[in-house]
Design a binder for this molecule. Structure first.
Ligand code: FAD
Length: 487
């Protein structure tokens, strides 16, 4: 009897073993399974819009996640092969080398990824190697939720109602119990790819904050549902509390799937009915991820293009000094600075503070949202092709279901409301730590004695505000009035 020819499973943003439809099907076939990850920065540039090159923080995450995936596959009896180059030629080459009969992968519902996948399919077909594509990392196929004009829904509430109307998504698939593999296939090492920073090694804060990989993702979900979900609906807005799941980078790299999160949360709600409200809120946040991805399916160049075209004429300003102050957390607004420093250190920023910091850039500084989106893309460990531009556009007022442009967050009031004791600011802006609670969000209102007793020297140890809130707000509204007249 001849042994079944092996099947390659091409991993991309789905770096896990459980609930992995392509891996599950390959394992169930009884064939040997070879996991393959292609570091492809060449195909990316070929088509507009390109698959974006990963930012610094996500490159770091990818390296850790691939190591974790490699270990899990090996422990299950399989293997992970790493290769570099254009996906189509690399995958066809590996398939020929090992005499594979098929390549399986999960879809990514984004045109540039699908274009690369089509090239892979064509290259394999010319060698008579089968391709099979499985459902991707979404609760619902974007083609299943359309409006009358066959477009993705642009308003969240009806979108989420439609998703919920479809009932529970299919139950997650278990990880294959045992894989068989074949040895002796040449592979790069993760270290060869230079994904991690060396000189300087700025990733200390990321290492201190995160454990990438499937096992850590599952543990985080479990801990959150056991200990953190109670009170989520209120606490999720409090950056001074540990009130959210912190699953976003794990979801970004597919170390956990949204339907695993969905079913685990539903199970927790069934176990304890008092949690129902918090769990509904949590699932609706997962719904925002889904909403952003469905928009991305429709608008593949969402990181470049205003969803509302009237914003194409918006009079954005270039201001390198102000941009640098924002990036470095030196704007003089403590809540904004705390967020930007949290981001730089840990690769993540609390959602409420992301909204305030983003609003400050686009409204108080009048800097194009795309500039901020690109900074987040480079520095966030959860930088996501859907959620990042969709949320930036939401804040800037040009997105889907967006906050109206004229609603300009007041960074002092936001700080006082959501970080009332200043715990978040004290953690990330330690030079203000000794200010009393009622001054910590507006140190410029303190008297010289109050400043001296907190060892703060404005303009020296901490900056004065780079723009006055009231003037910034008026300038933003005046800029917006210019494009409104064209309505
Ligand atoms: P939880 O509150 O525990 O929520 C659970 C999950 O729901 C999250 O892990 C995330 O996958 C999803 N989610 C929650 N809020 C949103 C949202 N507003 N939009 C989309 N999905 C959401 N999220 C990203 O995953 N990647 C990004 O690149 C990203 N960029 C953002 C940029 C801006 C300007 C803003 C305002 C928000 C951005 N978000 C992004 C959304 C949100 O800030 C993060 O998802 C959230 O802070 C992650 O923390 P958590 O996992 O503890 O969230």
């Amino acid at each position: 009897m001849t042994r079944a020819r092996p099947i390659i499973v091409w991993f991309r943003d789905d770096l896990r073993l459980s609930d992995h439809p392509a891996l599950h099907e390959a394992a169930a076939s009884g064939a040997s399974v070879v996991g393959l990850y292609v570091h492809d920065e060449e195909s990316r540039a070929l088509m507009p819009p390109a698959v974006r090159r990963l930012g610094g923080a996500t490159r770091w995450w990818l390296a850790q996640s691939l190591r974790a995936l490699g270990k899990s596959l090996t422990m299950a009896g399989g293997s992970l092969v790493l290769r570099t180059g254009p996906a189509a030629s690399v995958i066809a080459t590996v398939a020929r080398e090992i005499g594979a009969r098929a390549v399986f992968w999960n879809d990514i519902a984004h045109a540039p990824h699908q274009a690369v996948a089509r090239e892979v399919e064509a290259a394999l077909a010319s060698d008579s190697i089968d391709s099979q594509i499985f459902r991707g990392d979404l609760l619902v196929d974007p083609k299943a939720i359309r409006n009358k004009n066959n477009r993705a829904l642009r308003v969240f509430t009806p979108f989420w109602r439609r998703v919920q109307g479809l009932g529970d998504p299919p139950k997650p698939l278990p990880a294959p119990k045992r894989l068989t593999s074949i040895g002796g296939i040449a592979s790069d090492a993760v270290d060869d790819w230079g994904l991690e920073p060396t000189r300087p090694d700025w990733a200390g804060g990321l290492r201190e904050t995160w454990t990438p990989g499937e096992a850590a993702a599952q543990a985080r979900l479990k801990r959150f549902l056991d200990e953190g979900i109670s009170g989520y609906a209120d606490d999720r807005d409090r950056p001074d509390r540990d009130g959210t799941s912190r699953l976003s980078p794990h979801l970004r790299f597919g170390e956990i799937s949204p339907r695993q999160v969905w079913h685990a949360a539903r199970f927790a709600a069934a176990e304890d009915s008092r949690l129902a409200g918090d769990i509904d809120k949590f699932l609706s946040e997962l719904g925002w991820r889904e909403f952003c991805r469905h928009l991305l399916f429709d608008v593949p160049d969402m990181a470049d293009r205003n969803l509302q075209e009237q914003f194409d004429a918006f009079p954005w300003k270039r201001n390198a000094l102000a941009l640098e102050a924002w990036q470095r957390g030196l704007t003089g607004y403590p809540i904004v600075d705390a967020g930007m420093r949290e981001l730089w250190h840990s690769g993540v920023m609390h959602n409420r503070v992301r909204m305030v910091a983003a609003s400050f850039l686009v409204k108080h500084l009048l800097i194009d949202w795309r500039t901020g989106e690109q900074w987040f893309w480079d520095t966030l460990v959860d930088a996501d092709a859907g959620s990042n531009p969709a949320n930036w556009q939401w804040v800037a007022g040009c997105g889907a279901d967006a906050a109206p442009y004229f609603r300009v967050f007041n960074p002092v009031l936001q700080g006082e409301k959501f970080d009332p004791d200043g715990g978040y600011v004290r953690r990330w802006v330690p030079e203000l730590a000794q200010l009393p609670d009622d001054l910590i969000h507006q140190p410029w209102t303190a008297t010289p004695i109050e400043l001296a007793s907190a060892a703060v020297e404005l303009g020296k140890t901490y900056p004065l505000p780079i723009v006055d809130h009231k003037q910034g707000r008026e300038r933003a509204l005046a800029a917006y009035a210019k494009i409104r007249r064209k309505d």
